[in-house]
Every structure is written in structure tokens, then in C-alpha cells.
Design a protein around this ligand. Structure first.
Ligand SMILES: [Zn+2]
Length: 177
């Protein structure tokens, strides 16, 4: 399957470890932006399914392009969501605090880690991802049969990270931004 949410698993662990310095939203924006390529190629019937955006160079460019839209777009979207939760009397205090403004640092760190990790994880499970193209062809990271255990590991990390993130948020007196 060319598009999966499994990249988010390790990212939730990072979010739990450094909530202020890492934007999970910016990370997710970059995941979706890079996989627009695979969706487009599937719809167009083009192979290989992974092209220039699934290289380290392409992914870093996508990440850099996503920093400002993530910072401003997510900040506005989070503010609207927080207002709505407050208005409805829903959402725990720590969760509403998590919906604070996205800093430049958090947007940049989230976007760049999102881009690089997307290519590395996809390279592990898809032979047609060429991480070092256009300078080097081929994929030295591909591990045949890694698809199932990589997804399992990412899902397990996602559950562990979510528990740690929620636990940290509920336990802190000054919720993280
Ligand atoms: Zn991908």
C-alpha cells in the first residue's frame, strides 16, 4: 500500500518526548504532501510509484516548503478547534493547551524530521524508493519482507507514544504548548 499513516507512530513518541520543540501537525502535513506523489502516480497509472518526492533531496524541499504554511495554517486551525472545544465545554485542559500556537522551531523540526523519516521508512519497505537520487540510483536500505514488521513496530510505537503523551499532559501543571 503506497499511502499509510504508519509514519505517525514514531512521531508520537517524539511528540511525547519533546512536545514544545516538535510539531506533530507539521510532521503530518509533510507526510501527506509527499504521498500526494504516490496517489497521483497510482491514479495516472505511472510506475514506479515512488519518484522525486521520495528522495532525501525531494523530501527536504517539501519539508522546507511546508514550514511557513504549517506554522500559520496549523496555528489558525488549532485556535479554531480550541475555541470550539471551549465553547462546547469539551476537551481536557492539557489538550486545549496542546492546541496553542505552533512556533517556527516546532514547525521546522516537525517538517524536516517528517520529510527525512518518510523517505527512510519508505525505503525500508519499498524497493523503488531511491533515497539518494538523482546522484545515486538504487536502494541500499530496502529489506525484503520488512513491510509487516515495520508497520507493526510503528503501530506499537504509536500506542506507546500516545499513552506517554497523554500521561505527560495530564500530569503536568503547566501543560506543554
Ligand atoms: Zn510515501
Amino acid at each position: 500500500m503506497p499511502v499509510t499513516p504508519f509514519h505517525l507512530g514514531p512521531a508520537v513518541v517524539l511528540k511525547a518526548a519533546c512536545p514544545r520543540a516538535f510539531s506533530l501537525g507539521a510532521f503530518a502535513v509533510v507526510q501527506a504532501a509527499i504521498d500526494v506523489e504516490t496517489v497521483g502516480r497510482v491514479l495516472a497509472g505511472v510506475t514506479p510509484l515512488h519518484g522525486p518526492l521520495h528522495t532525501l533531496a525531494g523530501a527536504v524541499l517539501v519539508a522546507l516548503a511546508a514550514v511557513a504554511p504549517s506554522r500559520y495554517g496549523l496555528t489558525a486551525a488549532y485556535a479554531a478547534l480550541a475555541r470550539r472545544l471551549r465553547g462546547d465545554g469539551r476537551g481536557e485542559r492539557w489538550l486545549r493547551a496542546e492546541l496553542g500556537p505552533v512556533s517556527w522551531t516546532a514547525a521546522a523540526v516537525g517538517a524536516l524530521i517528517g520529510g527525512v523519516s518518510h523517505v527512510l521508512l519508505d525505503a525500508l519497505i519499498h524497493a523503488d524508493v531511491w533515497p539518494l537520487a538523482p546522484w545515486r540510483q538504487g536502494n541500499a536500505l530496502w529489506v525484503p519482507g520488512a513491510f509487516a514488521w515495520t508497520h507493526g513496530a510503528c503501530a506499537a510505537l504509536g500506542v506507546a507514544g500516545l499513552l506517554a503523551w497523554v500521561g505527560r499532559g495530564r500530569g503536568s501543571r503547566t501543560p506543554s504548548a
